[in-house]
Design a protein around this ligand. Structure first.
Ligand code: F3S
Length: 387
């Protein structure tokens, strides 16, 4: 493959993976069965990134395995309604065209596992997007490192990845016990727990005790936050995640930290600022059908006094539209957008100054972009906004 016998595109992709393997002293390459690619927004890629992708297309590269895309910088159809400038949209559509030519599914979401892209326990995959990495490693028990956009594309094209870090059983053992003394009552609490844990542990693998009975939505926001404040790619939850039982033998004599109410409340207070007219942003990671259902129920036959934008995948949107949730939200004055999110859209060009959100990941990134941010549960934010 390196010699170009499978085409110049494959050779270019494999060269990148071999270099990556050399950096991490990987002993071999192993096959991967699925890829999820980040770095899709034109905001992050710019023209240099688009040219890199188009170069691969010109070299006749094609993906070998199921490959999905992370959110783009706009709803691919309703970008005008979002207020996305035309020059940005032109660049973004060029990006999507290049991905399409490579054979990648061009539905753009950070929750591919909610639209049927669900790798099996123990399978080797190449996923980028830190929240999806955390979900696939921890909740699904698949095996991936925190891939970048280019390395996930290279794996999609070659069907290979270097064998190191979280791909190896011994590297998946917990490193710190996180004993949760705080009662986690809503998803914002799980998001705060993830954020606090990431801050305390950096990239170490936590073993959570006392997670309660989180729903899927709590698990996705927990992982997203863990990966934002630290670099956590894998966590185990006693009685919750598929590898946790096996890992019990490895947790004796481990360092232990406790998370108290004070830690959770402190994280919320620090992340939440003063705002006067925020846009309520839901869907970081992208909303599930259940989250859209809950939103629809709260706003049904009501009128919102603030703007509310919910972000989701095309697949979840289609179902939400079919059962009437999208109509309920839109009738109340809210919007539901697909293929994008509040972090990868060009918010400044769209004139955004303030957001309120139920996600620590969104709050952290928006704050980093100079957007004033307030936090609350989805329910709190919506009820506050009803006229
Ligand atoms: Fe997804 Fe965007 Fe949040 S990619 S995890 S909604 S920052």
């Amino acid at each position: 493959m390196l010699n170009g016998e499978h085409g110049a595109g494959v050779a270019k992709a494999l060269k990148l993976l071999v270099s990556l393997g050399d950096v991490f002293n990987a002993e071999k390459l192993v096959p991967v069965v699925s890829a999820h690619i980040s770095g899709v927004s034109y905001k992050n890629l710019g023209d240099a990134g688009v040219e890199w992708l188009e170069d691969l297309v010109n070299l006749d590269a094609k993906v070998k395995i199921r490959s999905t895309l992370n959110p783009a910088g706009m709803d691919l159809k309703k970008w005008r309604n979002m207020g996305v400038p035309k020059n940005f949209a032109d660049g973004q559509l060029r990006v999507i065209k290049a991905f399409e030519s490579l054979g990648i599914e061009t539905t753009c979401t950070c929750t591919p596992y909610l639209i049927g892209h669900i790798p099996k326990l123990g399978s080797q995959i190449a996923w980028a997007e830190s929240s999806a990495v955390c979900y696939s490693n921890s909740v699904l028990g698949a095996r991936t490192n925190r891939e970048s956009g280019p390395t996930s594309i290279a794996s999609a094209i070659t069907g290979l990845t270097p064998y190191y870090e979280y791909r190896i059983t011994e590297n998946r053992v917990p490193q710190v016990i996180v004993d949760i003394k705080s009662k986690l009552v809503n998803r914002l609490d799980y998001s705060a727990l993830g954020y606090t844990t990431g801050k305390k542990l950096g990239i170490k693998v936590p073993y959570f005790k006392g997670l309660g009975k989180p729903d899927l939505e709590s698990l996705k926001t927990l992982g997203a936050a863990c990966a934002t404040s630290g670099g956590i790619a894998l966590w185990h939850g006693e009685g919750v995640t598929p590898e946790s039982e096996k890992m019990k033998a490895n947790i004796k004599n481990l360092e232990k930290i406790t998370i108290e109410d004070e830690d959770i409340n402190d994280a919320k207070e620090k992340m939440s600022g003063n705002v006067s007219d925020p846009i309520i942003c839901l869907g970081c990671p992208h909303c599930s059908l259940k989250e859209l259902k809950e939103t629809a129920k709260l706003v049904k036959n009501e009128k919102l006094g603030s703007r509310l934008w919910a972000f989701t995948s095309q697949g979840v949107y289609n179902e939400a539209k079919r059962v009437g949730y999208v109509k309920n939200i839109e009738d109340a004055g809210g919007k539901v957008y697909v293929d994008t999110c509040m972090v990868v859209a060009p918010l400044h060009e769209m004139g955004w100054k303030e957001v309120s959100t139920n996600s620590f990941k969104a709050a952290q990134y928006c704050t980093n972009m100079g957007i004033k941010t307030k936090m609350g549960t989805a329910r709190e934010l919506i009820l506050e906004a009803l006229k």
